[in-house]
Design a protein around this ligand. Structure first.
Ligand SMILES: Nc1ncnc2c1ncn2[C@@H]1O[C@H](COP(=O)(O)OP(=O)(O)OP(=O)(O)O)[C@@H](O)[C@H]1O
Length: 493
């Protein structure tokens, strides 16, 4: 068995944090190898080292037995390895063709020949069977199309090793299946892949081997067939972890959130929704169902063309997030990079943002009280950080998501709207976050959970399934995966 990619005894420190502590990985040629571990275990740090973006403090990286290129030699790195990140590296304001040939627009020095560039882009997309128009702006692509363009771009540099870092976090079920079909075909062509995901079922479906990191160290590497699910979770967490048991409850009578007659062109039509105190309502459906657009309207991130939203008895001005928050709303947006956290501000500042007004008299925030509240949230949600003063930008992806969650919960909201709340979050942390939603609901809040994950929807008292912008079914608790997926895909009458 030839080892295609290897990292040996890697140490990487960030100030007082040891992100990798003698970690290692060895990936055989042509295999799809999973890297799993809890949030903050060091996975992304290893990716940055394997792609030549960061230099390890100690240890070495080898490609097919040869030492990795110098950090400055970007072209040499690009020929060896490429990474499809959860967050796009594609530039939205450029066309697909421009993105594909960024920094290599011409083969010879001189002005750019745009026609030739577009022709080369079309050829490249055809070669890798990517059904995307080279002329369109990359910003107009779906997440799925964007990933395909990134994979094509990676292969076009000659890389035979691709890292996929949580690629399914923002894809719906059918898109995930299409990605897997493509990964299988790349594997048949001999491409080696490293696959990072918090969805362990995907690891079993698409990977042949798995490496587990815990607390910056290598814990195990095994063929997936030899490592049962519970042992894998135990290797990640260091202990046996039972599946999450959702709680039963009886919703109250008071409606805390309602949307009436809501329509938004191209998104959803004529929606009525009402959530009671002590109730969790799920919103499910494929990417084109309109569920995220509807939730964004409920929290004020979008304005509906028609209809009203009432939060805790107050009819909220459309598209006014602060007004909705003032009325008692807490929310977790779909994209934490856009509407969520401010990376340069500290964990404490981000987490306590909604109560900044309330914490101090006359609008002045008392740092002591803010810190106390932040520390409480760090504790409850088990956020892995050096402390409340650390910038959120330094946290691992899953821990940053927990900060967004903290911000949603910190002001004891009467209404909680969470969109894909557990995206990028590890198995155990997922349980903590779902538990935090149930705690808020037990205290009398009403919640809306919008998710592509059936596990998130299991805490719901009922799930509204949307299809092409309409609610097609109100499914009470007790559904099976198969039943819910059938309604979501519109194959149930
Ligand atoms: N630039 C940085 N500055 C300070 N600390 C950092 C930096 N980058 C990473 N870290 C720390 O290194 C540790 C490992 O983070 P890393 O992002 O590699 O984890 P991960 O396994 O990818 O987690 P996740 O599953 O949440 O994405 C974390 O404690 C993180 O806070």
């Amino acid at each position: 068995m030839n080892i295609h990619v290897e990292a040996r005894n890697v140490v990487k420190r960030f100030g007082p944090t040891v992100a990798l502590n003698g970690a290692k990985i060895a990936i055989a040629e042509g295999e799809t190898h999973a890297l799993v571990g809890r949030n903050g275990a060091g996975k992304s740090t290893l990716v940055s080292i394997l792609t030549g973006l960061q230099r390890p403090d100690e240890g070495e990286v080898l490609f097919s037995g040869e030492a990795a290129p110098a950090l400055a030699d970007r072209d040499a790195w690009r020929q060896r390895v490429a990474c499809v990140y959860q967050k796009s590296t594609i530039i939205p304001a450029l066309t697909v063709a421009e993105n594909l040939f960024l920094n290599r627009q011409t083969e010879r020095p001189g002005p750019i020949d745009w026609r030739a560039l577009r022709a080369r882009a079309r050829e490249l997309l055809d070669t890798y069977e990517v059904d995307v128009d080279a002329h369109v702006l990359a910003g107009d692509l779906s997440v799925e199309q964007r990933q395909l363009v990134e994979i094509a771009r990676a292969l076009s540099f000659g890389a035979r090793f691709i890292i996929l870092d949580e690629p399914t976090a923002r894809l719906d079920g059918p898109a995930i299946e299409r990605l897997f079909a493509r990964m299988r075909s790349l594997r048949e062509q001999g491409v080696t892949m490293m696959y990072i995901s918090h969805h362990l079922d995907e690891v079993y479906e698409i990977c042949q081997s798995v490496t587990v990191f815990r607390d910056a160290r290598h814990i195990a590497t095994r063929p997936v067939a030899d490592l049962p699910h519970d042992e894998l979770v135990a290797a990640m967490t260091g202990e046996a972890t039972a599946a999450y048991a959702s709680r039963s409850r009886t919703p109250g009578d008071r409606v805390v959130l309602s949307g009436e007659g809501l329509s938004l062109a191209g998104r959803y039509t004529d929606i009525d929704i009402s959530v009671k105190s002590g109730e969790v309502v799920g919103l499910a459906g494929s990417a084109s169902s309109g569920k995220v657009g509807l939730a964004e309207t409920l929290v004020g991130l979008r304005k509906a063309d028609a209809g009203t939203v009432t939060v805790n008895g107050t009819q909220v001005r459309p598209g006014d997030v602060p007004a909705a928050m003032k009325a008692g709303l807490g929310f977790v947006p779909e994209d934490r990079h856009h509407e969520g956290i401010i990376p340069l501000l500290s964990v404490g500042e981000n987490a306590t943002f909604p109560i900044a007004r309330k914490l101090g008299r006359y609008g002045i925030v008392s740092p002591t009280r803010r810190r106390a509240k932040a520390e409480q949230m760090i504790e409850i949600l088990d956020i892995k950080t050096e402390g409340a003063d650390q910038p959120v930008g330094d946290l691992s992806g899953g821990n940053a998501q927990k900060v967004v969650f903290a911000r949603a919960l910190v002001d004891d909201p009467t209404v909680l709207v969470v969109i894909n709340p557990t995206a990028g979050v590890d198995v155990k942390a997922k349980q903590a976050l779902l538990g935090a939603v149930e705690d808020a609901v037990d205290r009398g809040a009403g919640a809306v959970v919008v998710s592509d994950e059936l596990d998130d929807l299991r805490i719901c008292d009922r799930v509204l399934v949307m299809f092409h912008g309409r609610v097609v079914k109100d499914v009470p608790r007790g559904w099976t995966d198969h039943e819910l997926v059938a309604v979501m895909e519109g194959i149930e009458d």
